[in-house]
Structure formats: structure tokens, C-alpha cells
Write a protein that binds this ligand. Structure first.
Ligand SMILES: Nc1ncnc2c1ncn2[C@@H]1O[C@H](COP(=O)(O)OP(=O)(O)OP(=O)(O)O)[C@@H](O)[C@H]1O
Ligand SMILES: [Mg+2]
Length: 67
């Protein structure tokens, strides 16, 4: 996708949820985020699991490793 086309794509909200614990929500979010970033999109993530913070810690760990 060209930069011009990408600028015209409106913001999307993707919600990953499931009532079942351990069903792969965080893992799926991680892959979706990585794919979109690799495709050149800007991505903001909100980790609604404030107790485990798995996605937040994944992002923090990747950032620390990259630095
Ligand atoms: N497609 C998959 N195939 C095999 N294993 C997977 C797959 N997706 C996730 N897993 C594994 O399943 C486990 C649970 O995944 P994950 O932590 O993403 O689930 P979750 O729904 O976010 O869990 P929680 O409810 O605790 O937040 C992890 O060990 C993960 O590596
Ligand atoms: Mg999770």
C-alpha cells in the first residue's frame, strides 16, 4: 500500500476478547500488531488486562531488547 493510500485509510479499532482464559488473546494481539507495524501502519495498543499486563510487558521487553 502506498503512503498516499495509507493516509486515507480511517482509523480502525480491533478488539481481541474471549471469555475463556488462555485462549490466545494476547498472542493474537502481538501478531496483529507486529504485522500492521511491518506493513507500515501506525498502531496504538491498549492492554485491558491490568492484572497480568502480558501485552504491555511484551512491548516493553521488545523495546528494551531493541535498545
Ligand atoms: N495459535 C496458537 N497455537 C498454540 N499455542 C498458542 C497459540 N496461541 C497462543 N498459544 C499459547 O497459549 C498460551 C496462552 O496464550 P495467551 O497468553 O495469548 O492467551 P490469553 O487468552 O491472552 O490468556 P489470558 O486469558 O491468561 O490473558 C500461551 O502459552 C501461548 O503461547
Ligand atoms: Mg492475555
Amino acid at each position: 500500500m502506498t503512503d498516499v493510500l495509507r493516509e486515507r485509510v480511517p482509523a480502525h479499532v480491533i478488539v481481541l476478547g474471549n471469555e475463556k482464559g488462555g485462549s490466545g488473546k494476547t498472542t493474537t494481539a502481538m501478531h496483529v500488531i507486529a504485522y500492521l507495524l511491518q506493513s507500515g501502519f501506525r498502531v496504538g495498543s491498549i492492554d485491558l488486562d491490568g492484572r497480568q499486563r502480558s501485552l504491555t510487558r511484551y512491548v516493553e521487553n521488545r523495546k528494551a531488547w531493541a535498545e
